[in-house]
Design a protein around this ligand. Structure first.
Ligand SMILES: *Cc1c(COP(=O)(O)O)cnc(C)c1O
Length: 384
């Protein structure tokens, strides 16, 4: 109808915006620290909630050589997205169907004899050779072949290589205390790792490469780089050891929304459930349509600020399932419905994921994994 208002939502209500140029920048920092070692970009858990395929492409273009994920389905999804780089996956039950991974040329980490048998069975079924790496337990005591099962695994691996059921690629392990770079456990794990490698050689097994370092080790313990480093969190621009340095990394994720409502609140009025905050003066508030269902933890109620109208505005009252309220004071900035509000992003002007982590007594990893459900995702950079 002529003259009617066309309602056109140009921006989503709540979204994460992922900066692929920041990912590329972070990969370059990691490749510098890695020296001669290759970089495997860890894109498990949908790229730490940044989007695995998009991050993988940006990381590979910036110099990462390989990709690491947790499950077979994560790995196969990257192949389906058209990614041809080497992909390793390292946490699957031994009754998982490894055939799609073998068919898609995904490298499989085995942690036990049962795993190895399952991978070999998938190789026979698909009529292809499976690429296998040994994940060895050097002291984290999660998955990884334990020392006592290791000789059996090596013997069986030798048989399967002879049968051309498997190709042996790498030996790798994971550190328990890399975020405490000088902790003796790191050296203990390195020594055990070297023993695992030596034992393989005694069995006539020579890996093509060996790798041990996550982000923290890649940035602080160059002596542990071996042939490849496996950074995850640093790729996304968050420091694995924030108390030591930010290493010049750039946070890639901005969590933002649009203001749904601006309204006046009179002195003495309570705001949000429980009236845990009562206005001590006449004020103006903005309603932000993001709550704990969207990845804004309720425990942050009254403790965070949201960047809107060119400044940080304090959250007032409880964070609800779908929304939270911020205080604009006299709203001299003229914040209006539809304006952009940043929950966290690249500091220091806007709040950061690291700040949320500190308020909650957790790590930045958990914060960026938070946005979910209604939150959509968009990208900038990366030649877009
Ligand atoms: C998650 C993971 C990494 C990456 O760890 P960050 O601390 O994020 O760098 C590396 N290796 C393995 C085996 C992992 O599970």
């Amino acid at each position: 109808m002529a003259g009617s208002v066309i309602v056109n939502n140009p921006e989503p209500q709540v979204e994460t915006l992922v900066n692929l140029d920041a990912i590329a920048h972070n990969v370059r920092i990691l490749t510098e620290h890695a020296g001669d070692a290759a970089v495997m970009a860890v894109v498990k858990a949908d790229g730490y909630n940044h989007g695995a395929a998009e991050v993988a492409r940006a990381a590979l273009a910036a110099g990462a050589r390989e990709l690491g994920v947790t499950t077979v389905s994560e790995a196969v999804a990257l192949r389906t997205a058209g990614i041809t780089a080497p992909i390793l996956c390292w946490l699957n039950t031994s009754d998982a169907d490894f055939a799609p991974a073998v068919a898609a040329d995904v490298e499989l980490a085995v942690s036990s004899l049962a795993h190895l048998e399952a991978v070999a069975a998938a190789a026979r079924r698909t009529g292809r050779t499976a690429t296998v790496s040994l994940k060895v337990d050097t002291g984290l005591n999660r998955n990884g072949v334990p020392q006592d099962e290791y000789p059996q695994v090596l013997q069986r691996l030798n048989q399967l290589i002879a049968e051309e059921a498997v190709r042996f690629r790498a030996i790798f392990s994971h550190l328990a205390l890399a975020d405490e770079p000088q902790h003796p456990a790191n050296d203990m794990q390195r020594d055990r790792f070297l023993e695992f490698i030596a034992t393989a050689k005694e069995h006539g097994l020579q890996p093509e490469l060996v790798h041990l370092a996550n982000s923290a080790a890649a940035l602080t313990r160059p002596d542990l780089a071996f042939d490849m480093v496996r950074p995850g969190i640093a790729l996304y621009g968050l420091s694995p050891v924030p108390e030591i340095s930010d290493f010049g990394l750039r946070p890639a994720m901005t969590f933002r929304s649009r203001v749904v409502l601006v309204k006046d609140v009179a002195a003495g009025e309570g705001v949000s459930y429980g009236h845990t905050w009562i206005a001590d003066r006449d004020t103006t508030v903005a309603l932000i349509p993001a709550g704990y269902a969207d990845g804004v933890p309720r425990n942050l109620s009254g403790r965070i600020s949201v960047w809107v109208g060119g400044a940080r505005r304090p959250n007032r009252g409880r964070i609800c399932m779908d929304q939270l309220v911020v205080d604009l004071g006299d709203n001299a900035a003229g914040v209006r419905e539809g304006d952009l509000a940043v929950l966290f992003g690249e500091g220091p002007e806007v709040p950061t994921a690291q700040e949320w982590a500190e308020l909650l007594g957790t790590i930045n990893y958990e914060i960026v994994c938070g946005p979910r459900g209604r939150v959509t995702r968009d990208y900038i950079g990366g030649g877009r």
